[in-house]
Design a protein around this ligand. Structure first.
Ligand code: ATP
Ligand code: MG
Length: 248
């Protein structure tokens, strides 16, 4: 489903990712862990070309989504971002109503059919486990929601354009334990329909939600394996040291 082949990435002359090759299967959850600054977000952002927005960056290698190199000439980046949705660390709803936040992606894509939009908004909110909490206040501002609800709203907004891949960069790090466990349950539900990649600093969270885990350090992918193996019996000493809290 998603694959990177020998990716090197530079911010000007800073070498942020070093020869990263990785394969992520459809309908699985992959977690990225590693110390701050090791390149997790940079790597994640490659898959919907969010790094394109940063001047002075350079990429070599291949990034493949659904069998095609997304950096090849002629790729439509707007289409790509519909297919590969993203949720950020801090909930970032638009200053609009709950309804309009979720409808946004449809509207900018030229969808005008009201019934269709209403149905998709409901579906997406239900998919993000938020519908019951907001169905009676869809016209209220998104800012009236709690942080955890705002984050689920952002997930609903991402789902509304029917992506196949969902990239999540520390989606629960700003949330309380109850909201966090809601997001984790949600991730578990969503993987039936989506391929999910999540960055997390929370080792228990990686162990709970992911099928595979990649451990990064200083731009290298040190180890990539089944999550169970990674946490019980990693191949590398560096991995062992990190997951047992000896550094990082
Ligand atoms: N826009 C940028 N311009 C220049 N360097 C950057 C930029 N963004 C990140 N970097 C550098 O690239 C490296 C990787 O950063 P990245 O944000 O990918 O790390 P991370 O693993 O996500 O860290 P954290 O866990 O703190 O979020 C860091 O050394 C960082 O300073
Ligand atoms: Mg990061």
């Amino acid at each position: 489903m998603i694959q990177s082949k020998n990716i090197d990435f530079y911010y000007s002359d800073f070498h942020a990712l070093k020869g990263i090759s990785m394969e992520m299967e459809a309908h699985t959850v992959t977690a990225f862990i590693g110390p701050s600054g090791c390149g997790k977000s940079t790597f994640l952002r490659l898959f919907n070309r969010m790094n394109d927005l940063i001047p002075g960056t350079r990429l070599t290698g291949e990034c493949i989504v659904d069998g095609r190199d997304i950096y090849a000439r002629g790729v439509n980046v707007d289409e790509l971002r519909k297919q590969v949705g993203m949720v950020f660390q801090k909930p970032n709803p638009f200053p609009k109503s709950i309804f309009e936040n979720v409808a946004y992606g449809l509207r900018v894509n030229g969808v005008g059919d009201r019934k269709f939009i209403e149905q998709r908004v409901e579906e997406s909110l239900a998919g993000a486990a938020l519908w019951n909490e907001v169905k009676d206040k869809l016209k209220k501002s998104a800012f009236e929601l709690s942080g955890g609800q705002q984050q689920r709203l952002c997930i609903a907004r991402a789902l509304a354009v029917k992506p196949s891949v969902l990239l999540m960069d520390e989606p629960a790090s700003a949330l309380d334990p109850i909201s966090t466990s809601k997001i984790e349950e949600l991730i578990h539900e969503l993987k039936k329909d989506y391929t999910i990649v999540i960055v997390t600093h929370n080792m228990q969270q990686a162990a709970r939600v992911s099928d595979k885990t990649g451990f990064f350090m200083l731009g290298d992918l040190v180890e990539f394996s089944d999550t169970k193996k990674m946490f019980l019996n990693p191949d590398k000493e560096q991995t062992q040291n990190y997951i047992t809290g000896r550094f990082g």
